[in-house]
Design a binder for this molecule. Structure first.
Ligand code: 0RA
Length: 631
């Protein structure tokens, strides 16, 4: 009897694994870079769950030289005892059974419904190999799998002190076209997790590069807000902090006003960055508008007949982190990062209404500074609206008169058209000559594009470069943006491979992120990847895009091969530019994801702060990050 149930269960496990390997996207969303990195997030989330339960204080994440990833935690360790129903050790069940539920349910806030929380068995199925080590009861156990199938059953390998779980896995190249982990992507997520879980110490090592970092923020999301604002002038010293538990939900908010013009509100549900927003964000926004207006009137700062503060007014210059924990979140949207639970809206709204009003009552000085800031924004916005109406009447934004610098394409179907935004006039000239004028348009951008961080919409609209860009794209800007009017379905940013190029790229991404967001959401934005070197010998030549390709090319062409390093686009003649960077048959382009844009936006916020010295320091210490924004 024992045997038959074991066999039946085995078949079920194999069927489960097969389902995951056959349709990986059903479980992890996609098999591109996003899906690949989800494997790490899933494994780390399990350790974070232990930490949220108070059982784990350290999590180490290592990218090994062979490209595999190891996570180590000091939690209780996945149980090793035999589960009778399965006739197998619990750890094997956890690692091989889809949604191993029942008594293995970790009793914390689950993240099901999204791409996280799919379970360790999914990671296991999609790994070429995976090894789990468990330290418990004085022993270290090990079990090994290949593509989800046990190849080395659980056994003791050593004595051990303490408890914990170590997972090492190699993503399966049969599943993922590119198995290369990006250190920035991982570091960003791990840092977020450390801010959101203030009791955990997370370390990140990348053995491929020697990168070695530690994230531990005892101030939690308050420290998160302060770090986002570190280069800005803050209106009050300490962020406003709210923590409340309501109807099984935990609501945590930290917010601080600055003199910046944009809002930076980041929201998380069960530690997941809800980039697409959702009901919790709607609740927060209503609460902010309502509470700030109430206080403005009550305190007499706003008179009965004054225009009420709009949502935009109360969010201008606001940096906030909202982190909530929901028992059964429903994630929706293109990237499953939009919270759908309708009940959350009201709970968040009423909780923040109540707690924020309380804070303002108790801290009249801070309250007055914040409300005055909102009133100023309101007045400025009214002036901006008038300026914008004027602009619109003058027809600046109508797509009728295309900018003189634009070399448009002859094709009229936007779905077939692309526009290259090219840094500098000389590279712009080469691009104009080298392009396929049938479907490729070129818009050269002069120098640094306007710093959108420090400008309100009215000022942004006065900038000639930005206006050229808006007119060329034809879809408007801000609230009036309409994707259906876009004149091109591919917008390619083409800049030099240096710090200035990275800077312009960050500016453009930030502009798109803040004012033309659907372009990013719909995958219209790309980054051209010009070659780093040309390796040539005799009449043979190779263009290479990475250092590794360069050494491979040197080997291929043999002794005496010459190397030319391309410092800028301007060093390529039109034919070379076409062949290496613009020819759809040969070019390498990176499609910009929403995560790329979020990262650019965050980096931009820091880069563009008012104070020069910290910015310089930041650029020096993050030179690599700036350079690699697009990788
Ligand atoms: C199930 C039950 C228990 C712990 C865990 C799972 C667990 C899972 C992971 C995954 C990574 N690190 C982990 N740490 C723990 C409870 C065990 C007990 O009651 O002792």
């Amino acid at each position: 009897m024992e045997d038959t149930s074991y066999t039946a269960d085995r078949i079920q496990v194999l069927e489960g694994l097969q389902a995951v390997r056959k349709r990986p996207s059903m479980y992890i969303g996609s098999t591109d870079a996003r899906g690949l990195h989800h494997l790490v997030y899933e494994v780390v989330d399990n350790s974070i769950d232990e930490a949220m339960g108070g059982f784990c204080s350290h999590i180490d994440v290592i990218v090994n030289t062979d490209g595999s990833v190891t996570t180590i935690d000091d939690g209780r360790g996945i149980p090793t005892g035999i589960i009778e129903k399965y006739g197998k050790p619990a750890v094997e069940v956890v690692m091989t059974t889809l949604h191993a539920g029942g008594k293995f349910d970790r009793k914390s806030y689950k993240v099901s419904g999204g791409l996280h929380g799919v379970g360790l068995s999914v990671v296991n199925s999609l790994s070429k190999w995976l090894e789990t080590h468990v330290r418990r009861e004085g022993k270290e156990w090990m079990i090994r799998f290949e593509r989800g199938v046990v190849t080395s059953p659980l056994h003791v390998i050593a004595e051990a002190c303490g408890t914990g779980t170590t997972q090492t896995f190699m993503p399966d190249p049969e599943i993922f076209p590119d198995t290369n982990f990006d250190d920035e992507t991982l570091a960003h997520r791990l840092r977020d997790l450390a801010f959101l879980n203030k009791n955990v110490i997370i370390t990140f090592k990348d053995a491929r590069t020697g990168r070695d970092e530690k994230y531990h923020y005892e101030g939690g999301i308050n420290e998160f807000v302060l770090s986002l604002n570190k280069n800005k002038a803050m209106l009050h010293e300490k962020p406003i902090y709210i923590l409340a538990e309501r109807e099984g939900m935990v609501i945590e908010l930290s917010m601080q006003y600055t003199d910046a013009f944009n809002e930076s509100i980041f929201t998380y549900v069960n530690n997941i960055n809800t980039i697409e927003g959702g009901t919790h964000l709607v609740g927060l926004r209503s609460a902010l508008t309502r509470t700030m207006n109430d206080y403005a009137h009550k305190s007499g700062l706003l008179k009965q007949n004054d225009e009420p503060l709009s949502g935009e007014d109360v969010r201008e210059g606001l940096t906030a982190i909202l982190s909530i924990k929901v028992p059964e979140p429903q994630f929706e949207g293109q990237t499953k990062t939009k919270l759908g639970n309708s009940e959350v809206r009201g709970i968040v709204e009423s909780t923040i209404n109540e707690k924020l009003a309380e804070f303002l009552e108790e801290n009249p000085k801070v309250a007055e500074a914040c409300v005055r800031r909102c009133i100023l924004a309101s007045q400025a916005r009214e002036a901006a609206r008038k300026a914008r109406d004027l602009t619109r009447r003058k027809g600046y934004l109508e797509g009728t008169a295309l900018p003189g610098k634009l070399a448009d394409c002859s094709e009229k179907d936007p779905a077939k058209c692309e526009i290259y935004l090219v840094e500098g006039n000389s590279a712009g000239g080469s691009a104009k000559m080298g392009r396929d004028r049938e479907f490729q348009a070129i818009l050269p951008l002069r120098g640094k594009v306007l710093n959108v961080e420090k400008a309100r919409l009215d000022k942004i609209l006065k900038n000639q470069e930005i206006r050229n860009l808006i007119t060329a794209l034809g879809a408007g800007i801000g609230q009036e943006f309409n994707l259906a009017n876009a004149r091109y379905h591919r917008v390619v940013i083409m800049t030099d491979a240096d710090v200035d190029g990275a800077h312009i790229r960050t500016l453009l991404l930030t502009l798109f992120f803040r004012y033309m967001r659907p372009l990013i959401d719909n995958g219209y934005i790309f980054i051209a990847q010009p070659p780093l070197y040309r390796v040539a010998k005799g009449n043979k030549e190779l263009y290479v895009y990475t250092e590794k390709e360069r050494s491979d090319a040197m080997v291929e062409l043999g002794k005496g091969a010459g190397i030319q390093r391309y410092k800028g686009l301007g060093e390529m003649n039109p034919k070379q530019l076409w062949e290496t960077t613009m020819d759809p048959e040969k070019r390498v382009m990176k499609q910009v994801s929403i995560e790329d844009a979020v990262r650019a936006d965050e980096l931009f916020t820091v880069l563009m702060g008012d104070e020069v010295q910290p910015r310089k320091e930041f650029i020096v210490s993050h030179a690599k990050e700036v350079e690699n924004l697009d990788i």
